[in-house]
Design a protein around this ligand. Structure first.
Ligand SMILES: NC(=O)c1ccc[n+]([C@@H]2O[C@H](COP(=O)([O-])OP(=O)(O)OC[C@H]3O[C@@H](n4cnc5c(N)ncnc54)[C@H](O)[C@@H]3O)[C@@H](O)[C@H]2O)c1
Ligand SMILES: O=C(O)[C@H]1O[C@H](OP(=O)(O)OP(=O)(O)OC[C@H]2O[C@@H](n3ccc(=O)[nH]c3=O)[C@H](O)[C@@H]2O)[C@H](O)[C@@H](O)[C@@H]1O
Length: 386
């Protein structure tokens, strides 16, 4: 492999990365990238490894010996500190991060996103190890504009909705809106990481992903996840399309999101890994401001793309409105709009996303159809156990 250089022209030396949560959606794509394009080593920690099994076996793979899987739960495992000490850099991805859990399992959500991350930050700080911690764009909560009168022209003013790492406030709903247990736990762990940096010199980078989507995100209920499970919107809508059911639009699907292709986002993470001088001490938005849609528009686009990918005509009525209470239960609330400001990541890392929403949906739904269509047909054909 030719000597790879960083953004300042310096040769990149191989490092060992302790990746916590490596078996998840983002972790699996990050491991793929690191194994196929870099000389780095990965200690992959997770309770599951089904999404990275293709990287671990067989031992004739070109990168064999550069990735080791350690099955462990960071809540209570004495091996954690030793693994962090063996590495040069720790990347923490571990979290409960599906909104259906935030208002229904608020304690687990708070423990997972704040309490369980405390030892990771402590071990990195005490052992002078660099940390890349995954937070979320959800820490911004709601836009300032969402509190203006519905017809206020200021709602069109970017100052009232663009989300910027070093200036935007974090605005959540009231305490009984337990949806915000996740974002608030993420905010506090961000403040703890930042304080470890300020007081004890911890070298940290915080990542705020803005709806990264692609293959291997979450699960399809009843196929590779619990039938009553509620994954994030991509998997929910994919499941509805695969089962030829109408896509459910929560509260009419008026919330807006910007979606970025997982492969574009992973490029940004690799730049953070290999340019510590440019990444340390920073919080980074990683998203695609050009891919903004309402949830309703996302449903319509996914319906159109799926008809093309599957060759099956879409339903007469492809969507149905549902209340958030019915879909998520008590205590749900939502972010109205998520547009990432790109100034800091452009300046520090020169990164910009490339893939349009249509293209990323085409490749993702091709994967979903190829992976799940047969299994779904069988599960529908088989009479449910009486
Ligand atoms: N995917 C996105 O668009 C997105 C957006 C915002 C934030 N994030 C954040 O990025 C991180 C990764 O998200 P993801 O989409 O890959 O989610 P994911 O659920 O696919 O991955 C999380 C992984 O962490 C593991 N994990 C959780 N608790 C653990 C524990 N106690 N011990 C060991 N492993 C544990 C899970 O088994 C899972 O494999 C999370 O911190 C999430 O909050 C993701
Ligand atoms: O992925 C992210 O960037 C972050 O945001 C997500 O939060 P959210 O975008 O609200 O999660 P989804 O479950 O994907 O919901 C997106 C929107 O679709 C709606 N939705 C979801 C599912 C569905 O079937 N129908 C539907 O209308 C939700 O109400 C919400 O408005 C999750 O909190 C985390 O993955 C992460 O913090």
């Amino acid at each position: 492999m030719a000597t790879r250089t960083d953004l300042d022209g310096r040769p990149i030396k191989p490092i060992t990365i302790c990746m916590i949560g490596a078996g998840g959606f983002i972790g699996s794509h990050l491991c793929e990238k690191l194994m196929s394009e870099t000389p780095h080593k990965v200690l992959a920690l997770d309770v599951y490894n089904d999404k990275i099994k293709h990287l671990l076996e067989p031992d004739t793979l070109p990168w064999a010996g550069r990735i080791q899987f350690h099955r462990l739960n960071i809540k209570h495992d004495s091996r954690l500190e030793g693994l962090i000490k063996m590495a040069d850099l720790t990347i923490n991805l571990a979290a409960i991060c599906t909104p259906a859990d935030y208002n229904t399992r608020p304690l687990d959500t708070i423990y997972s996103n704040f309490i369980d991350a405390l030892p990771v930050v402590k071990y990195c700080s005490e052992n002078n190890k660099r940390l890349i911690h995954f937070s979320t764009c959800e820490v911004y909560g709601k836009t300032i504009g969402s509190f203006l009168p519905k017809d206020s022209p200021l709602r069109q003013d970017p100052a009232y909705y663009v989300l910027k790492e070093d200036t935007s406030p974090c605005i959540f709903g009231s305490i009984e809106k337990q949806r915000w247990s996740y974002a608030c736990a993420k905010q506090l762990i961000e403040r703890l990481v930042y304080a470890e940096g300020a007081e004890n010199g911890l070298e940290f980078t915080i990542v705020r992903p803005f709806n990264w989507i692609g293959p291997r995100m979450d699960f399809i209920p009843g196929i590779d996840g619990p039938s009553e499970g509620v994954p994030r919107v991509l998997a929910c809508f994919s499941n509805n399309l695969l089962r030829r059911e109408p896509l459910k639009l929560v509260d009419g699907g008026q919330s807006q999101r910007t979606f970025v292709y997982i492969k574009d986002a992973i490029e940004a993470v690799l730049l953070m890994i290999e340019n510590p001088d440019r990444a340390n001490g920073h919080i980074f938005n990683v998203g695609n401001p050009n891919n903004e849609v309402t949830v309703r528009q996302l449903a319509e686009m996914m319906t159109e793309v799926y008809a093309k990918v599957s060759g099956e005509p879409s339903l007469e009525s492809p969507t149905i409105d549902v209340s958030s209470k019915e879909f998520y239960g008590e205590g749900y609330d939502d972010s109205d709009k998520r547009i990432p400001d790109m100034t800091i990541i452009n300046k520090q890392l020169g990164w910009n996303p490339k893939t349009s929403l249509w293209d990323l949906l085409e490749s993702t739904l091709t994967y979903q159809h190829r992976t799940y269509a047969e299994a779904i047909k069988k599960s529908i054909a088989k009479p449910t156990a009486s």
